[in-house]
Design a protein around this ligand. Structure first.
Ligand SMILES: [Zn+2]
Length: 495
């Protein structure tokens, strides 16, 4: 059995004690109806003209919804772009703009991490319904973080862990307090090092989410949320650690993939084409030897499950871990592993991970925020046709881009640098699916409708999918896009 040598984005976790509005409802209907209309017989030329007219009409409606939304903030125009998203999200989610964008097809989600993929509210609810679940409520230590969740079906509950129902009787407002412990929100504004708190959140959640019954339910729910959000497939960056089972044992690798497939099966009953890819990760604290072993593990899993596992990434705080080049001996052995590397999630001119990722032949880079500090580097990214995975609300929550209007991706798009939008860790940033990142990019960067389409399409062309699956996803996307545009255009007449 493979021992875990890496973690998702977090520090190594200690092992558990036992291994153990009516109009919009109409919009959805319109999408279904227009799908039929568009598919029906038509002269090619008039269909083209009609599609362009619909694109123009839909663009006008979206721009109007954006203007109406921003008009609410005439007295405080910075608020939508600078407020902690946890404190702002209700205002966005209640808007007509959000509801229209939620139905927009988004292609694939290329940048999201295990454990952070779902919704913190779901985890809190599950903690009170999953049998044998305990919460650590002692002082924070090297081993345990306050609010850490774990299931101990075989007994052997460590000191400081209290059964969820017992703790709820003793601690007023426990569920709201847990939600704050599992997310980055306004209450974290005074924390000097936001990454320390960010990593502590993974520690609080990892053991519980790695409990197989919870794991399957969590991913099923996360995939459903994504599919409802117009996402066709997801590429999860994960170290794919072993899962604990009800019997107190652990399962790894192919058995973890089997658990992912079970979660996927629950989604495909409603969304038959929803797809999953795994990009295996090591973490920046690993030795070269550990990283090499993880690369070998990726090659073996990619051979055993070629439809799912594909590619490699290095994760965790760039400011404290090894650089990408440090791992060159592990990453350049033959057969070469395809690289989708985190790089430039930093504002430091000392962080040269983007150059190093390009030198290593990375096909995509995650974040790239400090690219502008190095002359010619963005041009090099463009010349190499490397796609940058941009996660606006993650970048804001982790304090790289306090004002979303100043996100460097706004300039990258205008200069022709390839980008796709990701959510990074939605459960921790309080986002849902991928609509929040699209909505805030649309609001903050004055994107046109063709730009929105370009962003979504890029996620397909830059995906890890083999060419034939990519073409199928692209065909599906184009059909859904035409239906959505037609429905938005038609809804304008009703409003
Ligand atoms: Zn990431």
């Amino acid at each position: 059995m493979t021992e875990p040598v890496t973690r998702t984005r977090e520090r190594p976790r200690p092992a558990p004690r036992r291994r153990g509005r009516l109009l919009l409802a109409g919009l959805a209907t319109l999408i279904a109806l227009t799908t039929f209309t568009i598919a029906g017989p038509a002269v090619a030329g008039s269909r083209e003209t009609g599609a362009k007219a619909q694109e123009r009409a839909a663009a006008v409606i979206l721009a109007r919804d954006r203007a109406r939304f921003l008009a609410r903030y005439a007295a405080d125009p910075d608020r939508p772009f600078t407020t902690s998203f946890m404190a702002f999200r209700r205002e966005l989610h209640g808007s007509a703009l959000y509801r229209v964008l939620q139905l927009m097809p988004k292609g694939g989600l290329l940048h999201v991490h295990a454990t952070g993929i779902g919704e913190a509210e779901w985890v809190v609810r599950r903690a009170f319904t999953e049998p044998d679940t305990y919460i650590y409520w002692g002082p924070a230590s090297e081993t345990w973080a306050r609010g850490q969740l774990a299931a101990y079906p075989q007994g052997g509950v460590p000191e400081g862990f209290i059964a969820t129902a017992d703790l709820e009787r003793a601690v007023p407002g426990l569920r709201a307090r847990l939600l704050r412990l599992y997310t980055l929100g306004p209450e974290d504004a005074s924390i000097p090092d936001i990454w320390t708190e960010f990593e502590a959140i993974f520690q609080r959640l990892d053991v519980f989410v790695s409990y197989r019954p919870v794991f399957i339910a969590y991913y099923r729910q996360s995939f459903l949320t994504l599919a409802r959000d117009g996402v066709q497939f997801v590429e999860i960056h994960t170290s794919m650690d072993p899962l604990t089972t009800r019997g107190g044992g652990t399962v790894a690798d192919l058995d973890v993939l089997a658990a992912y497939r079970r979660a996927l099966a629950g989604v495909r009953a409603r969304y038959p084409s929803f797809g999953l890819r795994i990009i295996l990760c090591t973490w920046r604290g690993a030795t070269v030897e550990e990283a090499a072993a993880q690369v070998a593990r990726e090659r073996a899993l990619a051979a055993a499950a070629p439809g799912i596992v594909h590619g490699f990434d290095i994760v965790a705080h760039e400011g404290t871990g090894h650089s990408n080049a440090f791992y060159a001996p592990a990453l350049t052995t033959l057969p070469r592993v395809p690289l989708y590397l985190h790089a430039g999630e930093s504002l430091s001119p000392e962080d040269t991970n983007v150059q190093e990722a390009l030198d290593l032949g990375a096909l995509r880079i995650g974040h790239g925020l400090n690219m502008g500090l190095f002359p010619g580097l963005e041009q090099r990214v463009r010349d190499r046709r490397v796609t940058v995975e941009v996660c606006p609300l993650s970048n804001q929550a982790l304090r790289y881009v306090p004002d979303l209007r100043h996100h460097p991706a706004r300039g990258w798009l205008r200069r022709g640098t390839r980008i796709a939008l990701g959510s990074d860790d939605p459960s921790i940033f309080g986002t849902r699916g991928l609509t929040d990142d699209f909505a805030m990019a649309y609001l903050s960067w004055h994107l046109s409708l063709p730009r929105l389409k370009q962003l979504a399409l890029r996620s397909i062309t830059a995906s890890t999918l083999p060419p034939e699956r990519r073409e199928r996803q692209r065909g599906l996307f184009e059909r859904r896009w035409r239906s959505w545009v037609a429905a938005v255009a038609a809804s304008g007449a009703a409003r």
